[in-house]
Design a protein around this ligand. Structure first.
Ligand code: GTP
Length: 374
Protein backbone atom coordinates (compact mmCIF):
# COMPACT_ATOMS: atom_id res chain seq x y z
CA UNK A 1 0.00 0.00 0.00
CA UNK A 2 1.14 3.54 -0.69
CA UNK A 3 1.90 6.27 1.75
CA UNK A 4 -1.34 8.14 0.88
CA UNK A 5 -3.53 5.23 1.78
CA UNK A 6 -2.07 4.55 5.23
CA UNK A 7 -4.27 7.00 7.22
CA UNK A 8 -7.30 5.70 5.31
CA UNK A 9 -6.31 2.12 6.04
CA UNK A 10 -5.94 2.86 9.72
CA UNK A 11 -9.34 4.52 9.62
CA UNK A 12 -10.79 1.45 7.85
CA UNK A 13 -9.21 -0.86 10.42
CA UNK A 14 -10.52 1.31 13.25
CA UNK A 15 -14.08 1.45 11.86
CA UNK A 16 -14.05 -2.32 11.31
CA UNK A 17 -12.66 -3.01 14.78
CA UNK A 18 -15.30 -0.78 16.38
CA UNK A 19 -18.04 -2.55 14.45
CA UNK A 20 -16.64 -5.94 15.46
CA UNK A 21 -16.59 -4.83 19.09
CA UNK A 22 -20.21 -3.63 18.95
CA UNK A 23 -21.24 -6.90 17.29
CA UNK A 24 -19.47 -9.00 19.93
CA UNK A 25 -21.34 -7.08 22.62
CA UNK A 26 -24.78 -7.81 21.13
CA UNK A 27 -23.87 -11.25 19.71
CA UNK A 28 -23.74 -12.98 23.09
CA UNK A 29 -27.52 -13.44 23.14
CA UNK A 30 -27.78 -14.20 19.42
CA UNK A 31 -25.28 -17.01 18.90
CA UNK A 32 -27.86 -19.16 17.17
CA UNK A 33 -28.58 -16.30 14.75
CA UNK A 34 -25.04 -16.32 13.42
CA UNK A 35 -24.23 -12.91 14.85
CA UNK A 36 -21.27 -14.25 16.80
CA UNK A 37 -19.71 -15.64 13.60
CA UNK A 38 -20.36 -12.36 11.83
CA UNK A 39 -18.64 -10.52 14.66
CA UNK A 40 -15.59 -12.78 14.12
CA UNK A 41 -15.79 -12.03 10.38
CA UNK A 42 -15.68 -8.32 11.16
CA UNK A 43 -12.76 -8.79 13.54
CA UNK A 44 -10.84 -10.72 10.86
CA UNK A 45 -11.51 -7.93 8.35
CA UNK A 46 -10.30 -5.32 10.85
CA UNK A 47 -7.09 -7.29 11.46
CA UNK A 48 -6.57 -7.65 7.70
CA UNK A 49 -6.90 -3.88 7.24
CA UNK A 50 -4.50 -3.30 10.15
CA UNK A 51 -1.92 -5.65 8.55
CA UNK A 52 -2.14 -3.75 5.25
CA UNK A 53 -1.45 -0.54 7.12
CA UNK A 54 1.86 -1.77 8.56
CA UNK A 55 5.00 0.21 7.49
CA UNK A 56 6.63 -0.74 4.19
CA UNK A 57 9.72 -2.27 5.86
CA UNK A 58 7.50 -4.94 7.48
CA UNK A 59 8.15 -8.44 6.09
CA UNK A 60 5.99 -9.27 3.09
CA UNK A 61 4.31 -12.28 4.70
CA UNK A 62 2.92 -9.99 7.39
CA UNK A 63 1.50 -7.37 5.03
CA UNK A 64 0.38 -9.75 2.26
CA UNK A 65 -0.02 -13.39 3.32
CA UNK A 66 -1.55 -12.74 6.75
CA UNK A 67 -4.23 -10.27 5.55
CA UNK A 68 -5.12 -12.57 2.64
CA UNK A 69 -5.64 -15.53 4.96
CA UNK A 70 -7.61 -13.25 7.29
CA UNK A 71 -9.81 -12.24 4.35
CA UNK A 72 -10.58 -15.84 3.46
CA UNK A 73 -11.27 -16.47 7.17
CA UNK A 74 -13.61 -13.46 7.35
CA UNK A 75 -15.66 -14.84 4.45
CA UNK A 76 -15.62 -18.34 5.98
CA UNK A 77 -17.01 -16.83 9.21
CA UNK A 78 -19.62 -14.95 7.16
CA UNK A 79 -20.71 -18.23 5.57
CA UNK A 80 -20.67 -20.06 8.89
CA UNK A 81 -22.90 -17.32 10.36
CA UNK A 82 -25.33 -17.61 7.46
CA UNK A 83 -25.45 -21.39 7.83
CA UNK A 84 -26.18 -21.02 11.54
CA UNK A 85 -28.81 -18.38 10.78
CA UNK A 86 -30.50 -20.87 8.48
CA UNK A 87 -30.01 -23.77 10.85
CA UNK A 88 -27.97 -25.64 8.24
CA UNK A 89 -24.86 -27.75 8.62
CA UNK A 90 -21.87 -28.02 6.31
CA UNK A 91 -18.79 -30.16 6.68
CA UNK A 92 -16.10 -27.88 8.19
CA UNK A 93 -13.78 -28.97 5.38
CA UNK A 94 -15.87 -27.09 2.82
CA UNK A 95 -16.02 -24.05 5.05
CA UNK A 96 -12.38 -23.83 6.09
CA UNK A 97 -10.84 -25.49 3.01
CA UNK A 98 -10.64 -22.14 1.17
CA UNK A 99 -8.78 -20.65 4.16
CA UNK A 100 -6.22 -23.46 4.04
CA UNK A 101 -5.96 -22.97 0.28
CA UNK A 102 -5.37 -19.24 0.78
CA UNK A 103 -2.60 -20.08 3.26
CA UNK A 104 -0.85 -22.48 0.88
CA UNK A 105 -1.32 -20.12 -2.05
CA UNK A 106 0.15 -17.15 -0.23
CA UNK A 107 3.07 -19.17 1.10
CA UNK A 108 3.88 -20.58 -2.34
CA UNK A 109 3.30 -17.40 -4.32
CA UNK A 110 4.42 -14.75 -1.86
CA UNK A 111 6.85 -13.26 -4.39
CA UNK A 112 4.66 -13.78 -7.46
CA UNK A 113 1.98 -11.10 -7.03
CA UNK A 114 0.13 -11.59 -10.33
CA UNK A 115 -0.44 -15.31 -9.76
CA UNK A 116 -1.19 -14.75 -6.09
CA UNK A 117 -3.86 -12.16 -6.95
CA UNK A 118 -5.51 -14.56 -9.41
CA UNK A 119 -5.39 -17.35 -6.89
CA UNK A 120 -6.97 -15.24 -4.14
CA UNK A 121 -9.63 -13.97 -6.58
CA UNK A 122 -10.53 -17.61 -7.35
CA UNK A 123 -10.71 -18.52 -3.64
CA UNK A 124 -12.98 -15.54 -2.82
CA UNK A 125 -15.10 -16.19 -5.92
CA UNK A 126 -15.72 -19.78 -4.75
CA UNK A 127 -16.71 -18.48 -1.31
CA UNK A 128 -19.01 -15.86 -2.84
CA UNK A 129 -20.67 -18.43 -5.11
CA UNK A 130 -21.46 -20.59 -2.10
CA UNK A 131 -22.68 -17.52 -0.18
CA UNK A 132 -24.90 -16.48 -3.10
CA UNK A 133 -26.37 -19.99 -3.54
CA UNK A 134 -27.14 -20.30 0.17
CA UNK A 135 -28.75 -16.88 0.37
CA UNK A 136 -30.80 -17.49 -2.79
CA UNK A 137 -32.13 -20.76 -1.43
CA UNK A 138 -33.37 -19.14 1.76
CA UNK A 139 -34.15 -15.63 0.46
CA UNK A 140 -37.94 -15.80 0.68
CA UNK A 141 -37.85 -17.17 4.24
CA UNK A 142 -35.67 -14.39 5.66
CA UNK A 143 -37.98 -11.73 7.10
CA UNK A 144 -37.46 -7.97 6.72
CA UNK A 145 -35.42 -5.84 4.38
CA UNK A 146 -32.03 -5.91 6.07
CA UNK A 147 -31.23 -9.02 4.00
CA UNK A 148 -30.71 -6.59 1.10
CA UNK A 149 -28.10 -4.72 3.14
CA UNK A 150 -26.42 -7.96 4.18
CA UNK A 151 -26.37 -9.38 0.65
CA UNK A 152 -25.13 -6.19 -1.01
CA UNK A 153 -22.60 -5.33 1.72
CA UNK A 154 -21.09 -8.83 1.64
CA UNK A 155 -21.05 -8.91 -2.16
CA UNK A 156 -19.34 -5.51 -2.31
CA UNK A 157 -16.75 -6.67 0.20
CA UNK A 158 -16.09 -10.00 -1.46
CA UNK A 159 -16.08 -8.52 -4.95
CA UNK A 160 -13.89 -5.57 -3.96
CA UNK A 161 -11.41 -7.50 -1.86
CA UNK A 162 -11.32 -10.58 -4.12
CA UNK A 163 -10.92 -8.82 -7.46
CA UNK A 164 -9.48 -5.52 -6.15
CA UNK A 165 -5.80 -6.50 -6.19
CA UNK A 166 -6.08 -7.59 -9.85
CA UNK A 167 -7.30 -4.11 -10.78
CA UNK A 168 -5.08 -2.14 -8.41
CA UNK A 169 -1.96 -3.60 -10.09
CA UNK A 170 -2.76 -1.39 -13.07
CA UNK A 171 -3.69 1.88 -11.37
CA UNK A 172 -1.71 4.59 -9.64
CA UNK A 173 -1.45 5.07 -5.87
CA UNK A 174 -4.03 7.91 -5.81
CA UNK A 175 -6.74 5.73 -7.34
CA UNK A 176 -5.65 2.83 -5.16
CA UNK A 177 -6.14 4.98 -2.05
CA UNK A 178 -9.61 6.01 -3.22
CA UNK A 179 -10.78 2.40 -3.19
CA UNK A 180 -10.60 2.47 0.60
CA UNK A 181 -13.74 4.62 0.77
CA UNK A 182 -15.96 1.95 -0.79
CA UNK A 183 -14.21 -0.60 1.47
CA UNK A 184 -15.31 1.35 4.57
CA UNK A 185 -18.83 1.75 3.16
CA UNK A 186 -19.10 -1.95 2.35
CA UNK A 187 -17.90 -2.88 5.84
CA UNK A 188 -20.56 -0.65 7.42
CA UNK A 189 -23.35 -1.95 5.12
CA UNK A 190 -22.31 -5.57 5.75
CA UNK A 191 -22.11 -5.05 9.54
CA UNK A 192 -25.41 -3.16 9.78
CA UNK A 193 -27.08 -5.75 7.53
CA UNK A 194 -25.98 -8.68 9.66
CA UNK A 195 -27.04 -7.08 12.97
CA UNK A 196 -30.38 -5.88 11.61
CA UNK A 197 -31.09 -9.20 9.89
CA UNK A 198 -30.73 -11.01 13.20
CA UNK A 199 -32.82 -8.35 14.98
CA UNK A 200 -35.60 -8.52 12.39
CA UNK A 201 -35.80 -12.26 12.72
CA UNK A 202 -35.99 -12.03 16.51
CA UNK A 203 -38.75 -9.43 16.16
CA UNK A 204 -40.71 -11.70 13.79
CA UNK A 205 -40.35 -14.67 16.16
CA UNK A 206 -41.42 -12.58 19.16
CA UNK A 207 -44.44 -11.28 17.27
CA UNK A 208 -45.38 -14.84 16.31
CA UNK A 209 -45.04 -15.97 19.93
CA UNK A 210 -47.12 -13.04 21.19
CA UNK A 211 -49.99 -13.98 18.87
CA UNK A 212 -49.86 -17.76 19.03
CA UNK A 213 -51.50 -20.11 21.52
CA UNK A 214 -48.63 -22.13 22.93
CA UNK A 215 -50.57 -25.37 23.39
CA UNK A 216 -52.49 -25.68 20.12
CA UNK A 217 -50.46 -23.48 17.77
CA UNK A 218 -53.62 -21.63 16.77
CA UNK A 219 -54.01 -17.85 17.05
CA UNK A 220 -54.37 -16.78 20.66
CA UNK A 221 -57.05 -14.49 22.11
CA UNK A 222 -55.03 -11.31 21.46
CA UNK A 223 -54.63 -12.20 17.78
CA UNK A 224 -58.31 -13.15 17.45
CA UNK A 225 -59.42 -9.84 18.96
CA UNK A 226 -57.39 -8.02 16.32
CA UNK A 227 -58.69 -10.25 13.52
CA UNK A 228 -62.26 -9.65 14.67
CA UNK A 229 -61.89 -5.87 14.59
CA UNK A 230 -60.26 -6.14 11.13
CA UNK A 231 -63.08 -8.35 9.87
CA UNK A 232 -65.72 -5.88 11.04
CA UNK A 233 -63.90 -2.99 9.35
CA UNK A 234 -63.40 -5.02 6.15
CA UNK A 235 -67.05 -6.12 6.07
CA UNK A 236 -68.25 -2.52 6.55
CA UNK A 237 -65.87 -1.21 3.86
CA UNK A 238 -66.81 -3.83 1.28
CA UNK A 239 -70.48 -3.88 2.29
CA UNK A 240 -70.23 -7.59 3.04
CA UNK A 241 -71.17 -9.73 5.99
CA UNK A 242 -69.22 -12.28 7.96
CA UNK A 243 -69.97 -14.90 10.60
CA UNK A 244 -68.29 -16.05 13.75
CA UNK A 245 -68.49 -19.33 15.59
CA UNK A 246 -67.82 -19.85 19.26
CA UNK A 247 -67.07 -23.52 19.99
CA UNK A 248 -66.93 -25.09 23.41
CA UNK A 249 -65.93 -28.67 24.16
CA UNK A 250 -68.73 -30.51 25.98
CA UNK A 251 -68.12 -31.84 29.48
CA UNK A 252 -64.44 -31.08 29.22
CA UNK A 253 -64.07 -30.98 32.98
CA UNK A 254 -64.98 -34.65 32.96
CA UNK A 255 -62.15 -35.42 30.50
CA UNK A 256 -59.67 -33.72 32.84
CA UNK A 257 -61.09 -35.34 35.93
CA UNK A 258 -61.20 -38.86 34.47
CA UNK A 259 -58.09 -38.91 32.29
CA UNK A 260 -55.90 -36.15 33.70
CA UNK A 261 -54.88 -32.71 32.56
CA UNK A 262 -52.31 -33.97 30.04
CA UNK A 263 -54.94 -36.02 28.23
CA UNK A 264 -57.16 -32.92 28.35
CA UNK A 265 -54.39 -30.95 26.62
CA UNK A 266 -54.16 -33.65 23.92
CA UNK A 267 -57.88 -33.36 23.30
CA UNK A 268 -57.55 -29.58 22.95
CA UNK A 269 -54.79 -30.08 20.36
CA UNK A 270 -56.86 -32.70 18.51
CA UNK A 271 -59.84 -30.34 18.29
CA UNK A 272 -57.53 -27.54 17.09
CA UNK A 273 -56.18 -29.85 14.35
CA UNK A 274 -59.70 -30.72 13.21
CA UNK A 275 -60.53 -27.01 12.99
CA UNK A 276 -57.41 -26.30 10.94
CA UNK A 277 -58.10 -29.18 8.57
CA UNK A 278 -61.82 -28.50 8.17
CA UNK A 279 -61.74 -24.77 7.47
CA UNK A 280 -61.29 -22.90 4.22
CA UNK A 281 -58.05 -21.00 3.66
CA UNK A 282 -59.69 -17.61 4.29
CA UNK A 283 -61.21 -18.66 7.64
CA UNK A 284 -59.41 -17.77 10.86
CA UNK A 285 -59.42 -20.05 13.90
CA UNK A 286 -58.07 -19.34 17.35
CA UNK A 287 -58.22 -20.52 20.93
CA UNK A 288 -60.42 -18.08 22.78
CA UNK A 289 -59.53 -19.44 26.21
CA UNK A 290 -59.77 -22.68 28.21
CA UNK A 291 -61.75 -25.15 26.10
CA UNK A 292 -63.32 -22.45 23.89
CA UNK A 293 -62.39 -21.74 20.28
CA UNK A 294 -63.36 -18.81 18.06
CA UNK A 295 -63.66 -19.13 14.29
CA UNK A 296 -64.11 -16.15 11.94
CA UNK A 297 -65.69 -16.84 8.56
CA UNK A 298 -65.04 -13.84 6.30
CA UNK A 299 -67.63 -12.90 3.69
CA UNK A 300 -69.91 -15.72 4.86
CA UNK A 301 -73.65 -15.29 5.38
CA UNK A 302 -75.69 -17.21 7.97
CA UNK A 303 -76.71 -20.16 5.75
CA UNK A 304 -73.23 -21.22 4.52
CA UNK A 305 -71.84 -20.50 8.01
CA UNK A 306 -74.36 -22.96 9.46
CA UNK A 307 -73.24 -25.61 6.95
CA UNK A 308 -69.60 -25.01 7.95
CA UNK A 309 -70.45 -25.10 11.64
CA UNK A 310 -72.26 -28.44 11.21
CA UNK A 311 -69.26 -29.80 9.33
CA UNK A 312 -66.92 -28.75 12.13
CA UNK A 313 -69.21 -30.30 14.73
CA UNK A 314 -69.43 -33.68 12.97
CA UNK A 315 -65.69 -33.69 12.15
CA UNK A 316 -64.79 -33.13 15.82
CA UNK A 317 -67.26 -35.82 16.94
CA UNK A 318 -65.79 -38.38 14.54
CA UNK A 319 -62.08 -37.52 14.97
CA UNK A 320 -61.89 -36.79 18.71
CA UNK A 321 -63.32 -38.48 21.79
CA UNK A 322 -65.37 -35.38 22.59
CA UNK A 323 -68.16 -33.31 21.08
CA UNK A 324 -68.52 -29.55 20.74
CA UNK A 325 -71.39 -27.10 21.07
CA UNK A 326 -71.29 -24.15 18.70
CA UNK A 327 -72.79 -20.66 18.87
CA UNK A 328 -73.10 -18.95 15.50
CA UNK A 329 -73.55 -15.25 14.92
CA UNK A 330 -73.65 -13.41 11.59
CA UNK A 331 -72.97 -9.71 11.25
CA UNK A 332 -76.17 -7.83 10.52
CA UNK A 333 -74.61 -4.49 9.63
CA UNK A 334 -76.28 -2.63 12.48
CA UNK A 335 -74.56 0.64 13.37
CA UNK A 336 -73.71 -0.46 16.94
CA UNK A 337 -72.47 -3.91 15.94
CA UNK A 338 -69.15 -3.83 17.74
CA UNK A 339 -66.76 -6.73 18.33
CA UNK A 340 -68.07 -7.04 21.90
CA UNK A 341 -71.69 -7.10 20.73
CA UNK A 342 -70.91 -9.83 18.18
CA UNK A 343 -69.03 -11.93 20.73
CA UNK A 344 -71.85 -11.48 23.18
CA UNK A 345 -74.38 -12.67 20.59
CA UNK A 346 -72.25 -15.73 19.73
CA UNK A 347 -71.83 -16.48 23.43
CA UNK A 348 -75.60 -16.39 23.97
CA UNK A 349 -76.04 -18.72 21.00
CA UNK A 350 -73.44 -21.07 22.50
CA UNK A 351 -75.28 -20.99 25.80
CA UNK A 352 -78.46 -21.89 23.92
CA UNK A 353 -76.66 -24.83 22.22
CA UNK A 354 -75.55 -26.12 25.63
CA UNK A 355 -79.15 -25.75 26.81
CA UNK A 356 -80.38 -27.77 23.84
CA UNK A 357 -78.41 -30.78 25.02
CA UNK A 358 -74.91 -30.02 23.62
CA UNK A 359 -73.23 -31.43 20.45
CA UNK A 360 -75.26 -29.04 18.28
CA UNK A 361 -75.14 -25.63 16.61
CA UNK A 362 -77.36 -22.73 17.70
CA UNK A 363 -77.71 -19.51 15.75
CA UNK A 364 -78.19 -16.08 17.28
CA UNK A 365 -81.47 -14.52 16.21
CA UNK A 366 -81.32 -11.27 14.22
CA UNK A 367 -81.54 -8.28 16.47
CA UNK A 368 -84.33 -5.84 16.10
CA UNK A 369 -83.02 -2.67 17.72
CA UNK A 370 -80.35 -2.83 20.37
CA UNK A 371 -81.09 -6.08 22.23
CA UNK A 372 -79.97 -9.51 21.13
CA UNK A 373 -82.68 -12.10 20.98
CA UNK A 374 -81.01 -15.42 21.82
N1 GTP B 1 -56.37 -29.82 30.11
C1 GTP B 1 -56.73 -28.55 30.11
N2 GTP B 1 -57.90 -28.22 30.69
C2 GTP B 1 -58.28 -26.93 30.66
C3 GTP B 1 -57.49 -25.93 30.04
N3 GTP B 1 -58.13 -24.75 30.17
C4 GTP B 1 -59.28 -24.99 30.84
N4 GTP B 1 -59.37 -26.30 31.13
C5 GTP B 1 -60.44 -27.03 31.85
O1 GTP B 1 -61.65 -26.97 31.13
C6 GTP B 1 -62.69 -27.30 32.04
C7 GTP B 1 -63.91 -26.48 31.70
O2 GTP B 1 -64.93 -26.96 32.46
P1 GTP B 1 -66.36 -26.30 32.51
O3 GTP B 1 -66.25 -24.83 32.27
O4 GTP B 1 -66.99 -26.72 33.78
O5 GTP B 1 -67.14 -26.85 31.30
P2 GTP B 1 -67.38 -28.34 30.78
O6 GTP B 1 -66.96 -29.38 31.73
O7 GTP B 1 -66.75 -28.42 29.43
O8 GTP B 1 -68.92 -28.37 30.67
P3 GTP B 1 -69.83 -27.75 29.53
O9 GTP B 1 -69.04 -26.64 28.89
O10 GTP B 1 -71.02 -27.22 30.26
O11 GTP B 1 -70.16 -28.83 28.60
C8 GTP B 1 -62.14 -27.02 33.45
O12 GTP B 1 -61.98 -28.24 34.11
C9 GTP B 1 -60.77 -26.40 33.18
O13 GTP B 1 -59.82 -26.77 34.17
C10 GTP B 1 -56.25 -26.33 29.44
O14 GTP B 1 -55.48 -25.55 28.88
N5 GTP B 1 -55.92 -27.65 29.51
Amino acid sequence: MTHHSLPLLFLGALVTAMLALCMFVVAERHRADGLFDWAWAMAALGLAAASWALPSQTPLWLTVAVPNVLLASAFAFTLQGLLRFQDERLHPGWLWGPVLLALVLNAALLHTPALRHWGMAAVVLAQWLYFFGLLRRHWAGIPGRSKYLFASGTTLLMGGLGAGPLVLEHVGPEISALTLYPFCMAVVIHGMGSVLMSKERSDTRNRQLAYTDELTGLHNRRAMEQHLVQQIAQACRADQTFSLLLLDIDHFKQVNDEHGHLQGDKVLCAVARVLQNSLRSQDIAGRWGGEEFLVLLPNTAAAPALVLAERLRTNVASACDVTVSIGLHTMHGLPDESADAMLDAADRALYAAKGQGRNCVATSRPRTGATAAV
